[in-house]
Design a protein around this ligand. Structure first.
Ligand code: ADP
Length: 388
């Protein structure tokens, strides 16, 4: 027959967790050898001490409240974290679980069970410091990119304008005209790059978050893409779209970049782009599917990196568009990814939180529908509300 009292005593004495019994007022009635070791005392030195006196001043009020709450509910327990002073004066982070066993005759005390978590806390603090440092560096980098892009735009435009003027006025021979055209093309590419960089560095974040009608967002994005859609003859099929939580200007940029890419990275087939939405828990999942050239699996993550391009100048671009999409979606707490295979088109999927006080889904139609959404004239024939 096992002597249960002896067994429990041995368990407590050998536990790696520190265990003490205290009164409602915090006075120590018993401290295990490990409790004394954690704090740097002999067990008998702790007897009679008030455990609240060992707490860090910033943690004391909270601990007193916790103790009172615990004392009011027999058999209840709770868990807290706080700093406790060791005998040599150093502060130690501990995680403490307290149980009210005041009404258990064999115990008649509050049982404190605590363990040293200083190394975990040190890692958490370091992680927090690094996250703050990263946020500061990102903000500085963004401000720098903004200044550079802004200040370089003007000289680049001047180069382009005056080269064109020179080519016209100087009546250059064909070979020199071609050289002038190279300069103008290069300046145009740099100007596009700076525009994209500027819009990426400007970021959204100026307006506050609110419910946004994605059907309006899609209509605006399509309007901004009028020229590319008209020239390519792309058919954009838009299913019913919901209201989400976001900032309209950022979401327009997101849709514009994705629909713009669907048109830009086309296959020889007539371009068809489907935009659909599907509820996924508290979020909406939006899909923008094209029938373009597709993307190999090993590039699926890479394409969202800043300045990452899978194409050379045969298809112009800056490698900023998808990085901006990622920033917009993740900035709103969502996720973005691509599903694609070369030759089989691409589907860009992203999640956005449903709008608070949601009022169902709305669709856009080519004629501007009952929801009052008007599409731009030249592209409206290519855009349809489809039962997708
Ligand atoms: P950009 O279009 O300016 O190059 P993005 O960041 O928008 O930059 O896209 C990065 C790369 O991802 C593109 O260069 C292209 O190779 C690939 N990509 C993006 N969208 C598509 C798409 N819909 N179909 C195929 N490839 C795409």
């Amino acid at each position: 027959m096992i002597d249960s009292l002896k067994t429990f005593r041995a368990l407590v004495e050998n536990s790696s967790d520190a265990i003490s019994l205290v009164t409602i007022a915090g006075e120590v009635l018993y401290a295990s050898a490990s409790a004394a070791k954690v704090l740097g005392y002999q067990p008998e030195e702790l007897l009679g001490m008030n455990s609240l006196d060992l707490l860090h001043p910033e943690d004391r009020d909270r601990s007193v409240r916790t103790l009172k709450k615990l004392a009011a509910q027999p058999q209840s327990s709770n868990r807290t974290q706080g700093r406790i002073r060791q005998k040599d004066g150093r502060w130690l982070w501990v995680e403490c679980s307290a149980s009210n066993l005041l009404d258990v005759p064999e115990v008649g005390a509050i049982v404190l069970n605590y363990r040293d978590i200083s190394s975990r806390k040190a890692v958490e603090e370091e992680r927090q410091r690094l996250a703050e440092e990263l946020a500061r560096c990102n903000a500085e980098l963004q401000a720098f990119a903004h200044t550079v892009a802004h200040d370089l735009r003007e000289p680049v435009r001047t180069i382009s304008a005056f080269t064109q003027l020179l080519a016209r006025k100087a009546r250059l021979p064909d070979a020199e005209k071609e050289i002038a055209q190279f300069i103008v093309d290069g300046a145009r590419r740099m100007s596009n790059l700076l525009d994209d960089l500027l819009s990426s560095a400007t970021g959204g974040h100026k307006d506050s978050l609110g419910p946004v009608e994605l059907a309006h967002v899609a209509a605006q994005a399509i309007q901004n893409l009028t020229e590319a859609l008209t020239v390519s003859g792309a058919a954009i099929k838009i299913g019913p779209l919901p209201r989400v939580q976001g900032r309209e200007c950022d979401l327009v940029r997101l849709f514009q970049n994705l629909i713009g890419n669907a048109v830009k990275y086309r296959s020889p087939a007539p371009i068809v782009v489907h935009v659909t939405a599907e509820r996924s828990g508290p979020d909406w999942m939006i899909r923008i599917r094209d029938n373009g050239i597709g993307i190999a699996k090993h590039h699926h993550l890479r394409v969202f990196g800043l300045f990452t391009r899978l194409h050379s100048e045969e298809i112009p671009g800056t490698g900023i568009g998808l990085a901006v999409c990622k920033e917009v979606v993740e900035g709103l707490g969502g996720t973005i990814w691509v599903e694609s295979e070369p030759g089989a088109g691409s589907t860009f999927c992203f999640t956005l939180a449903a709008a608070q006080e949601e009022s169902g889904m709305r669709a856009i139609s080519s004629a501007g529908d009952a929801n009052g959404i008007r599409l731009p004239g030249p592209v409206s024939s290519a855009v349809s509300t489809a039962a997708i």
